[in-house]
Design a protein around this ligand. Structure first.
Ligand SMILES: [Zn+2]
Length: 398
């Protein structure tokens, strides 16, 4: 769970949190309903009544969004995917999945259940408002139910748009994946649609500025920018993953990384291998002869030139047990998914005799992705059947 979010509890075994940004949107909605919509649609009540009705409406609105996210989480779990948590934030909700859907069908169901549940909730509120109205319930209560019906219908409709990162975009990705047999193509197609949708929303926002509708313009611009940026990132991520699919850890690794002594200074190492050395990582040997740590070429270049004469490799090397290790024949994507987002990207690769056979550095990964992008190496076949975790894990399922 993000550090900026408030823990609310657990639903269906999934931790649920709320970002502080949700309070902003809660305040805007409550104000808009209490001072704007309700007094206009149902005039003549005490101002306190409007505020109570507005507060209840907004809480029920967030409960509806939560139900939408829980639906994603439950279906994902049914397909064997771990769900790390649900967070409610400024632009709705996010269910973070700890893996990738194993098949187009699973992806379609996990994504599709979101808009369907919003539509069902909207219908429920619509039935409730119709019943309440015919039973002669307080008109403000009827108005609350009617507004909730409308907003859930809008949520269902918007989320069903076939563009990443919306649920409809994931449905589109699943359909393209099923049609082409290639997950990457599906994800890239949905990401392209997302870029168009984001751009369209931004165009709409600028038109609204000229119309003088500043709130609409601002909101549409925020949503448009978010969709555009997320779609761009998802498209890049999908291509990067696609280019690494099918590789094993040892195939990605630079074999036999040079072994250097821990007492060497950065200057000493540079004199030894030359600044332009093609090495991306070094294994550091301690005084007892044991190989216990590694240092990447990036780390070495980051040492300020004035300090290179005094900083020793032992000062900047990191213990091997603190970086990710992999077996030579392990699929690379699976290894990458084991690395927490903010952790060091190096991977130390061992063969089945526990001998260190290579290191994959951040630079090595970037080169592999770039080379595949340039078409100089054959792009690996689609991911192997044992489902590699989710490309967009941590991305919103709003
Ligand atoms: Zn959703």
């Amino acid at each position: 769970m993000e550090s900026s979010s408030i823990r609310l509890g657990r639903i269906a075994g999934v931790p649920v949190g709320m970002s502080w940004s949700l309070l902003v949107i809660a305040a805007i909605f409550t104000l808009g309903l209490a001072e704007g919509r309700f007094p206009v649609s149902n005039p003549g009540y005490a101002i306190g009544a409007y505020w109570v009705a507005a507060s209840i409406t907004v809480v029920l609105f967030f409960v509806s969004i939560l139900a939408h996210e829980v639906a994603h989480a439950v279906v994902a779990k049914r397909h064997g995917l771990p769900v790390e948590g649900i967070t409610l934030w400024l632009l709705g909700g996010v269910a973070r999945l700890g893996g990738e859907a194993p098949s187009p069908r699973a992806e379609l169901q996990i994504a599709g259940v979101g808009p369907l549940s919003s539509a069902a909730i909207g219908l429920m509120f619509f039935a409730g408002s119709t019943a309440a109205s015919s039973l002669g319930v307080h008109p403000l209560a009827v108005e609350v139910l009617a507004w909730l019906a409308l907003i859930n219908a809008l949520l269902a409709g918007f989320n069903a748009l076939p563009a990443a990162p919306l649920d409809g975009g994931r449905v589109l990705a699943a359909v393209l994946w099923w049609r082409t047999g290639n997950r990457t193509r599906g994800l890239v197609g949905a990401a392209n649609a997302g870029r168009w949708l984001g751009a369209g929303l931004l165009a709409f926002a600028s038109w609204q500025v000229f119309e003088g509708e500043m709130m609409v313009a601002l909101w549409t611009a925020v949503v448009g920018l978010f969709i555009w940026q997320t779609a761009v990132n998802e498209g890049r991520g999908a291509l990067a993953r696609g280019s690494l699919a099918g590789l094993t850890a040892v195939e990605a690794a630079r074999p036999d990384p040079p072994i250097v002594d821990e007492w060497l200074t950065v200057d000493g190492l540079m004199a030894l291998v030359g600044d332009g050395g093609d090495h991306t990582a070094f294994v550091v040997r301690e005084s007892d002869g044991v190989l216990r740590s590694i240092v990447s070429a990036d780390e070495i270049r980051r040492v300020h030139p004035h300090r290179r004469g005094s900083v020793r490799l032992s000062d900047i090397a990191v213990p091997i047990e603190s970086v990710t290790t992999a077996w030579a024949t392990e699929p690379l994507l699976g290894v990458l998914d084991r690395i927490p987002g903010d952790d060091r990207p190096e991977i130390v690769v061992y063969d089945n005799r526990m001998c260190l056979v290579g290191v994959v550095s951040r630079t090595d990964l970037a080169r592999l992705i770039q080379r595949a992008g340039n078409g100089r190496t054959p792009v690996a076949p689609p991911p192997p059947p044992p489902a590699p975790p989710h490309a967009d894990a941590g991305q919103p399922r709003s």
